[in-house]
Design a protein around this ligand. Structure first.
Ligand code: CO
Ligand code: CO
Length: 306
């Protein structure tokens, strides 16, 4: 499986009962604390393996460090944060590579495994399935507020908690419920990633905007215009494939398109399996927000209801 359906990772079948999942993600710091940045980068990189229905087995560090200008303690803390999350995931850190770079960047290449028949993809949504989201949105807006010096400690703390949380419990629950269509919400925002799934699965997705969980204070910050450039670009890119019903709330629409880091899982669950799936997610400490539904009508399009 390659890049044609915009899936979260590449998948290579090794045998009838084993496929390899490979993914890589790295970026510049979005928080000031190096240990937390390491944790966020690792949680984000590992996530794509769970999004494909697999489990991570090994990871490699990718580091671009301004070695001449920065204290080496910073790098050590970033790597410690990354390693702690890799180990929390039950995954082995197998090494890595670092280069000198004027702009600090960190991330990981992660390898996972999955049974080929249990692969979860963007193309696996079916009409009638309920859409469940497992983390609130707004981390992009809060990161922008932080850069502007306008993020409150409370908002920042809540955002960091969301971004450092592994998607492992959501991935385990997905596997246990036989989910076939899912993705994690990252740079393209909920709307962008939902559209990728709608296109790949040949279904129309209906999203109930007021049901989408949003981080506290993110709304106020978005109302102040603290929306990342990428989030506006997301909305613009999607707008011709989105029908809005009811009176659109432009601030909420910005948040639905907000570029996320280490965001939650968006999955399609059969109506009959909903009670057990919600229970499974909640007993693992994961929110299970019901935000919409997949339909046969309007394939490749989103309907956002206000
Ligand atoms: Co992804
Ligand atoms: Co990715």
């Amino acid at each position: 499986m390659g890049a044609d359906t915009a899936d979260d990772a590449g998948v290579f079948r090794l045998s009838d009962d084993l496929a390899l999942i490979q993914t890589v993600d790295f970026f510049t710091p979005i928080v000031n604390d190096p240990y937390l940045f390491g944790q966020i980068a690792a949680a984000n990189a590992l996530s794509d393996v769970w999004a494909m229905g697999g489990r991570p087995i090994t990871a490699l560090n990718i580091c671009c460090f301004p070695v001449k200008e920065m204290d080496t303690g910073v790098f050590k803390q970033i790597l410690a944060g990354g390693m702690d999350k890799v180990h929390e995931a039950g995954c082995a850190l197998a090494g890595g590579h670092s280069v000198e770079d004027p702009e600090l960047k960190y991330g990981l290449s992660v390898t996972g495994v999955v049974h080929p028949e249990k692969l979860v993809t963007n193309a696996g949504l079916k009409p009638g399935q309920v859409l469940v989201l497992t983390k609130p949105l707004g981390t992009g807006v809060i990161a922008t507020a932080l850069k502007a010096g306008l993020a409150s400690p409370g908002a920042l703390g809540a955002s960091i908690e969301v971004m450092t949380a592994l998607n492992a419990p959501a991935g385990e629950a997905m596997a246990a419920c036989g989910v076939s269509g899912a993705t994690d919400i990252t740079g393209f925002g909920l709307l962008g990633h939902a559209l990728e799934m709608a296109t790949a699965s040949g279904v129309g997705l209906e999203i109930q905007a007021p049901a989408v969980p949003i981080l506290a204070e993110a709304r106020d910050m978005a109302a102040m215009g603290l929306v990342p450039v990428g989030s506006h670009a997301n909305l613009e890119h999607c707008s011709d494939r989105i029908s809005v019903q009811g009176e659109a709330d432009p601030i909420l629409l910005d948040l639905l398109a907000d570029a996320q880091t280490s965001g939650g899982m968006l999955m399609g669950i059969d109506q009959s399996r909903m009670p057990s799936a919600v229970e499974m997610l909640e007993e693992r400490g994961v929110i299970a927000a019901v935000i919409g539904r997949a339909r046969a009508e309007n394939p490749g399009r989103l309907t956002v209801r206000f």
